[in-house]
Design a binder for this molecule. Structure first.
Ligand SMILES: [Fe+2]
Ligand SMILES: [Fe+2]
Length: 428
């Protein structure tokens, strides 16, 4: 059986190749244009694909449009029903109207991420592809079943409002209110921050860290705030508060959280530096974007540990499942936490790799920063095949190209920022 897998996310493609590999020969592509080319080629050569899995949300031309184009072509060719390719739509969004729309457009099945092998095989059987080579009662299947059950449970509880979302402490709102006012002053800011001893002392050490270091030492809060400025102070307070969320009493979870925090922090430091390089005025906001870009992962880890306290997280399968849905999940969380549209967009799309010409610069910066963080030894994903500590593929990164940064410049930034990440992390 010939299978075509279309998904813009590399990790999602890998999961599907791994899971569908048992059923046939897989070809995977990362965009719609290539998918349609391959589909047409197959038809012309009279060696059509038997099955296509289509990611619903892809940039430029999404899965629905590809589905429509394929069915239109088949109609033109007057192919009867049994000779049409079977198409499964794959998405992270559990949205009934999308499902209905795809069914109307002629899809044969529908899977939600994280795709479990069990779900997939059932779909294949339903479409008449027969049983896979895998033993139905194998451990692996049982395992996939439970892992996806955990995820399904969590997604369910989340949409039912049963998962508690973090509430940011009052200080964040107070500073936010102050900044919205007519003429916010550093003195007013100092009065608010002063009430919190921990944040005060942290802000002073951050002001003196290599991330912000000035000529002489900022000895007190006032000097620290003057050095940092209003915008940075607001971002840093939010950062300090967010860091608290990355803590847990569960030891296995705490280790993972620490790793995820360092990844987020590294992404923030790279993001800020790239923004400065590009003379983007919102470098401080971009820093905070880096801090929260993977917030979906953090909450999913916490939710799993609350539901299954015995979970050790040693199973790569579970981390993969988390990876698969963290973007959609993070976007919903940030929306509920009243973050701006720009933050929400970054959480949702930071793993895309095909951007439109007029793409938001902050999104491109975080995309690049995330890549640099991963490649500098601050990756979170244990399950990646590639060694961390390498920046292979950097020159082909779409965000790098669109930002107009060349590879050498990016490597220079890595060299400069790596020690800053190490030294300044302690201040937080
Ligand atoms: Fe991510
Ligand atoms: Fe990330």
């Amino acid at each position: 059986m010939k299978i075509l897998i279309v998904d813009d996310e590399k990790i999602s493609r890998r999961i599907l190749v791994k899971k569908l590999g048992a059923a046939g020969d897989c070809v995977d592509v990362d965009n719609s244009k290539k998918a349609l080319e391959l589909f047409n080629k197959g038809v012309e050569a009279k060696k059509p694909f038997d099955l296509i899995s289509l990611d619903v949300s892809m940039p430029k031309m999404d899965g629905r449009q590809v589905l429509r184009a394929i069915r239109k072509k088949e109609k033109e060719l007057k192919l009867d029903k049994k000779n049409r390719v079977k198409i499964i739509m794959v998405t992270a969004r559990m949205n009934m109207s999308t499902i209905k729309e795809c069914i109307k457009l002629g899809c044969n099945g529908y899977l939600s991420k994280p795709v479990s092998k069990y779900q997939l095989m059932e779909n294949l059987e339903r479409m008449g592809f027969g049983k896979s080579k895998d033993d139905k009662n194998s451990d692996s299947k049982k395992n996939h079943g439970t892992k996806s059950q955990i995820m399904a449970q969590i997604i369910n509880s989340f949409y039912k409002g049963k998962i508690k979302l973090p509430i940011l402490p009052r200080i964040v709102n107070e500073v936010q209110e102050l900044m919205k006012g007519d003429d916010p002053s550093i003195e007013d800011l100092g009065r608010i921050v002063n009430k919190d001893i921990l944040i005060t002392s942290k802000l002073i050490s951050i002001a003196n860290s290599s991330l912000y270091k000035g000529v002489d030492k900022a000895k007190d809060l006032n000097a620290a705030l003057l050095r940092l400025g209003m915008k940075a102070t607001y971002g840093l307070i939010s950062t300090l508060v967010t860091k608290e969320l990355f803590k847990s009493d569960n030891k296995a979870l705490n280790n993972l959280m620490e790793k995820l925090w360092m990844h987020s922090f590294a992404c923030a430091c790279f993001g800020k530096r790239i923004a400065e390089e590009l003379k983007n005025k919102n470098a401080e906001t971009i820093f905070l974007m880096g801090i929260v870009h993977d917030i979906g992962k953090m909450l999913l880890l916490k939710a799993i540990s609350d539901m299954k306290p015995e979970e050790t997280f040693e199973d790569g399968e579970l981390l993969l499942a988390i990876h698969e849905i963290h973007t959609t999940f993070g976007a919903v969380v940030l929306k509920k936490m009243k973050f701006s549209q720009e933050f929400i967009k970054i959480s949702e799309f930071h793993h895309w790799n095909d951007f439109s010409k007029d793409e938001n610069q902050a999104l491109l910066i975080i995309h690049l920063a995330d890549f640099l963080a991963d490649g500098s030894g601050y990756d979170f994903s244990d399950f990646k095949e590639e060694e961390s500590n390498d920046l292979e593929g950097l020159e082909n990164l779409e965000s790098l190209k669109q930002l107009g940064i060349n590879k050498d410049k990016a490597m220079k930034i890595v060299k400069e920022i790596k020690p800053v990440i190490q030294n300044s992390a302690k201040a937080f």
